[in-house]
Design a protein around this ligand. Structure first.
Ligand SMILES: Nc1ncnc2c1ncn2[C@@H]1O[C@H](COP(=O)(O)OP(=O)(O)OP(=O)(O)O)[C@@H](O)[C@H]1O
Length: 673
């Protein structure tokens, strides 16, 4: 496409925005998609141009700290690629998931030009800030693309040619973007086709190197469509833990798994933690057969969608002597260790939290209500080594009119209704400690702007004060609502989100945790060592979906303990109390163990079956009619019904309650016997 003047560039974008037919050659769909987002979503004006933004030094350091291990791993791949392209005047940028360039390789002689053009360390290429660019659009879609010259939305950047590919982390989240750009490039867009292939291949190798470095204790399974490239340059890789479950994957690995199980690769939670057999007609016990000591042609696996691949299994490294000990992850600080009873997703999250804890990076914890966000924030504070206090504030619980004074404090007489001596705000109270902002998504927009200023400048201005006070705080925030969606709907400031989530920790809901049983035991032990769970009660708890997560579990256990026993009799030395189904709240009785599927039945819980109504079939789930008839026959005599069914009275009562037969039951019982 020939170079465009400022006017024709604006006209073309405006015409596109109005849905008019495009003239002068076709634009790539990915570019048009980005233009559409810039116009409709980010509300950018193509007529307003803006020089490239380079973030201040301190902010850049924060971004680099966050991506430290990725930069280290990507470096050698970047250098190799840069060498391959030497003489072609390409610049290589590694941008983090916020669109900030955290690593850069380019000709020193061009530094001035490159900095002005934004092809430099610290350049910020997010779509909402800089319009269509390769980095910004790649972050928005997760796909590789070329943004060539006038493909850029902002006319300022239309002399650049940029090509970018995404780098995903081991759990399938977009972690960074690798960008290959030229200040001066041929007019033809097709000239960048090679750059696209190179950058995609380099991103794939970075992901692979990352997986190899971080999965040393797992089996690593690498795949290729060709036996010749299998051992030297595989297409995809996954890591499999000792139980044969998927623990990590490269992006190509995620796509391979998703295709095999006919899932959307974006549903990464449906991939991690799943058994290998879900995706391949292959038993994890046979992984040793795929080691490199056999010819590549013989190492064949068949995916569940019928695809045949060559595979190379690399066995976990063993700690043979004390010198190789660093391979074992450092033990978790006690505060964090208490939060998991062996769930692999939780364990990975806690190891990440342990590494982040001592750094002064803002952390955003996301998760369903009651999933333990505040518990995690407290544990991070406990492991941070920060001497100040942990100060928590629930932004949703405090009226909007009071939130500002609560957070920032006020001087005497600053507002009517305030304490006469004034009051220190929570931000200051968290000086040298941790400020936990719970339900941050509910913070009013006006206050978001003020909080942003506090975080950017590390200074707080109490109401009525003239001089700001310097504070050293670590912010951990939490929300059960996805903040990215609140940004999209204009309820949350994007710049604040970027400030708050230098690192994001996503807590899994309890129903997805594999340590539910262990957590139940731990929480029960905290309530008293004398309590234990009977088999039927345990089966019922395991079958419950726990919409209220750990909070609900805690409440249920407290309730059960309260109902279970009144404590030791006088003179008794030790006593034990087994929690049975009868001690569980009625709301839980709605979970039918027979309905709960094989996971509970496999536990061999005969007692659970009996409690649910007997396995003999006379008291089937959903048997309202039969129960009603029997109750009518027995004139509402529950003991008689229970005797005839061979189950306990409480089971019948629960079933009456569940099937809402109570009113009719009362009527039958009035009949003369
Ligand atoms: N690791 C844990 N061990 C024991 N109990 C826990 C744990 N995590 C959470 N709980 C229980 O769940 C309750 C809720 O935890 P927390 O307040 O951390 O959840 P949350 O995700 O912040 O909830 P919300 O979204 O409602 O603010 C706690 O009061 C505690 O009873």
């Amino acid at each position: 496409m020939p170079p465009q003047s400022y006017v024709s560039h604006i006209k073309e974008i405006e015409a596109f925005g109005l849905g008019q037919p495009m003239h002068g050659g076709s634009r790539d769909e990915a570019v048009l998609g980005s233009w559409r987002r810039c116009l409709d979503h980010h509300r950018l004006d193509p007529a307003r141009t803006c020089e490239a933004v380079i973030v201040p030094e301190g902010q850049l350091r924060q971004h680099q700290e966050e991506s430290e291990s990725l930069i280290r791993i990507a470096r050698s791949g970047l250098e190799r690629l840069y060498q391959q392209l030497k003489g072609l005047d390409y610049v290589l940028l590694l941008a983090d998931r916020h669109g900030v360039a955290v690593d850069f390789l380019g000709r020193e002689a061009d530094t001035g030009d490159l900095r002005r053009a934004g092809l430099y360390l610290g350049a910020e290429w997010r779509e909402d800030r800089a319009g269509t660019s390769a980095v910004g659009a790649c972050l928005a879609t997760g796909d590789a693309l070329i943004v060539h010259q006038s493909d850029h939305f902002d006319f300022t950047h239309t002399r650049l040619s940029c090509t970018a590919a995404p780098i995903y982390d081991l759990r399938g989240e977009l972690a960074a973007v690798l960008d290959l750009s030229q200040l001066r490039s041929p007019e033809e867009r097709a000239s960048q086709g090679l750059a696209l292939n190179l950058v995609v291949a380099a991103a794939r190798r970075v992901e692979l190197a990352n997986l190899m470095a971080q999965s040393r204790r797992d089996w690593v399974l690498r795949f290729s469509q060709s036996p010749d490239f299998l051992d030297v340059d595989p297409d995809a890789a996954i890591a499999v833990d000792a139980h044969g479950r998927i623990n990590a994957m490269t992006h190509a690995g995620a796509r391979l798994l998703a295709a095999a199980a006919r899932l959307d690769w974006r549903r990464r939670h449906a991939l991690i933690g799943q058994p290998l057999e879900r995706f391949f007609q292959f038993d994890a016990r046979h992984l040793p057969n795929l080691r490199a000591d056999r010819p590549a042609q013989q190492r064949i696996v068949r995916a569940c969608d019928g695809r045949v691949l060559f595979a190379h299994a690399i066995e976990p490294m063993r700690v043979r002597n004390p010198a190789s000990r660093p391979l074992t992850p450092a033990p978790l600080p006690a505060a964090l260790q208490a939060l998991s009873a062996g769930d692999p997703v939780m364990d990975a999250l806690l190891h990440k939290a342990a590494r982040l804890a001592p750094r002064n990076l803002p952390i955003l914890v996301q998760g369903e209500t009651g999933a333990g966000k505040e518990f995690l924030a407290r544990a991070i504070h406990g492991a941070s080594g920060r001497g100040g206090a942990f100060v928590a504030i629930n932004c949703a619980a405090i009226p909007e009119s009071l939130l500002e004074s609560e957070l920032f404090g006020y001087l005497p007489g600053a507002w009517t209704g305030g304490a006469s001596k004034g009051r220190q705000g929570l931000v200051e109270a968290a000086h040298r400690g941790t400020l936990f902002l719970d339900e941050i998504g509910d913070m009013p927009l006006a206050l978001q702007a003020k909080l942003l200023r506090v975080l950017s400048e590390s200074q707080v201005l109490p109401l009525g004060a003239r001089e700001p006070r310097t504070v050293d705080i670590r912010v951990v925030s939490a929300s059960h609502r996805p903040l990215a969606e609140l940004v999209q709907s204009g309820q949350f400031r994007q710049d604040l989100l970027y400030r708050l989530n230098a690192a994001e920790l996503q807590l899994p809901p309890l129903r997805q945790r594999r340590d539910l049983g262990g957590m139940m035991d731990r929480m029960l032990a905290d309530l008293g060592s004398q309590y234990s769970l009977g088999e039927a009660a345990r089966a019922m708890l395991l079958a419950h979906p726990w919409p209220g997560n750990l909070r609900e579990l805690n409440n249920v256990l407290r309730y059960a303990v309260a109902l279970c026993g009144d404590g030791p009799q006088a003179g008794a030395e030790a006593w034990e109390c087994v929690i049975e189904q009868i001690h569980l709240p009625d709301s839980l009785q709605a979970v039918d163990v027979l309905d709960a599927g094989p996971s509970v039945l496999q536990m061999g819980s005969a007692a659970a079956l009996d409690e649910a109504g007997g396995a003999g079939g006379c008291f089937q789930p959903g048997g309202a009619v039969e129960l009603e008839q029997l109750l009518a026959q027995c004139h509402g005599n529950v003991s008689e019904v229970a005797r005839q069914l061979g189950v306990s009275r409480s089971t019948v009562h629960r079933r009456i309650q569940r099937l809402q037969l109570g009113v009719r039951c009362a009527r039958w019982s009035k009949r003369p016997s």
